[in-house]
Design a protein around this ligand. Structure first.
Ligand code: V47
Length: 363
């Protein structure tokens, strides 16, 4: 029972009735200091949608290059192809890497990288083709909306033509990166040269129109405030009302090391769990919320599973975006480890593929 005098009393009643929350509800939740209540409310919604299931997959990240001419303030990737520590793999090297530590049962390659100043469009097509030829059974979740926009420009094609060419080469769906935070004043400071928020959403709409699914993200825990989270989630919810292809929302916890914001501490545990819960409560039309353990950290991600999240991402072999910014998850998690980790919080591990088809219960 929630006391009538509690600031979240009316919002909690709307959640219990399954009603859509508005901006005011979002702000009350985002600014509430009653995290246990906010987390529990989100957990009731995730139980209504997914029972006690926690989805995970066996996946590998492939970052063909960490050279990126954009130079976003939030990112620790390099903008100079000759800088120490940069890499730019050929399609054959991508295949070789994927083969080297291939885990049986791998169902997804998550492929993202920088916007390389010298690579031409066919390089990206060749990477997809080479991986698809070598691993026909593995789903290729590749290229964010930012990359698709860039590929259309360098390929001198429209966005729908670009998506069609990528699909022909083996693209199966798109990851959700590059959304950062939609509020224009904050975006200007953390990703001043990146595509606009409106363009990110527009390209997501075109991806969905083409019949492909995609994910969506929000980068939090830098110079953002709770009101920016609410604004971001509502813009995603509106896009989903229009185009319907987002499968999963992934809140990305900011890692400051090596970025222009290296002096910031990164998000607190309270912020991490609040954002997970808030997203489950606001995004009534996006089926899954992912506790991306690589960025949240293992402890926070485990708690997030009881605060609204129903997905963990996966084994995540060879993650490099967070690694570059001070994260320690590059070595991934084993399947048995994931299963035990989910069971420890009293939930049920369910192995899935990228499109959320269930493959099995546990290891
Ligand atoms: O696009 C960049 C973000 C994203 C930092 O779709 C940073 O299933 C934290 O989008 N600290 C890449 N974040 C990761 C991503 C993702 C991850 C897992 C699953 C899925 C999915 C998508 O990471 C980038 C950017 O938004 N990022 N730098 C940083 N310093």
């Amino acid at each position: 029972m929630i006391a009538k005098s509690h600031p979240l009393y009316d919002t909690a009643a709307r959640i219990a009735a399954g009603e859509r929350l508005d901006e005011r509800d979002g702000l009350l939740l985002a600014e509430s200091d009653d995290l246990p209540l906010v987390g529990w409310l989100a957990h009731t919604v995730r139980e209504r949608m997914h029972g006690d299931k926690v989805y995970y997959n066996i996946n590998r990240h492939i970052n063909p290059t960490n050279v990126c001419y954009v130079g976003c303030e939030l990112c620790a990737y390099a903008d100079d192809p000759n800088a120490p520590g940069t890499w730019s793999y050929t399609p054959e090297e991508c295949v070789e890497m994927a083969r080297r530590d291939f885990i049986p049962g791998t169902s997804e390659f998550h492929i993202v990288g920088g916007l390389h100043p010298r690579w031409k469009f066919p390089v990206y097509l060749d990477i997809l083709r080479a991986l698809k030829d070598a691993f026909p059974e593995v789903h290729l979740k590749a290229f964010t909306m930012v990359e698709i926009d860039f590929l259309a420009k360098i390929g001198k094609l429209s966005v729908p033509e670009t998506i069609a060419a990528l699909r022909d080469a083996g693209l199966d769906s798109c990851p959700g990166g590059g959304a950062e935070i939609f509020d224009e004043t904050v975006r200007e400071k953390i990703a001043s040269k990146k595509m606009s928020s409106a363009r990110w959403l527009e390209i997501a709409g075109l991806v969905h129109e083409s019949g492909l699914k995609s994910n969506c993200t929000m980068l939090f825990g830098h110079i953002d405030e709770p009101r920016h989270w609410v604004d971001h989630l509502i813009r995603l919810r509106e896009q989903q009302d229009r185009s319907g292809g987002f499968q999963c929302f992934i809140p990305l916890a900011f890692h400051p090391e090596g970025t222009k914001f290296a002096d910031l501490p990164g998000p607190s545990l309270m912020q991490k769990l609040k954002v997970i819960a808030l997203s489950r409560l606001m995004l009534d039309n996006i089926p899954h919320v992912k506790a991306y353990w690589v960025m949240l950290g293992r402890e926070a991600a485990q708690l997030a599973l009881r605060s609204g999240a129903n997905d963990l991402d996966g084994t995540v072999t060879d993650e490099r975006v967070t690694l570059a910014a001070g994260g320690s998850a590059g070595r991934g998690m084993g399947r048995d480890e994931i299963v035990a980790y989910i069971r420890e919080v009293g939930l049920r591990p369910v192995l899935r593929d990228t499109l959320y088809n269930e493959i099995g219960q546990s290891a």
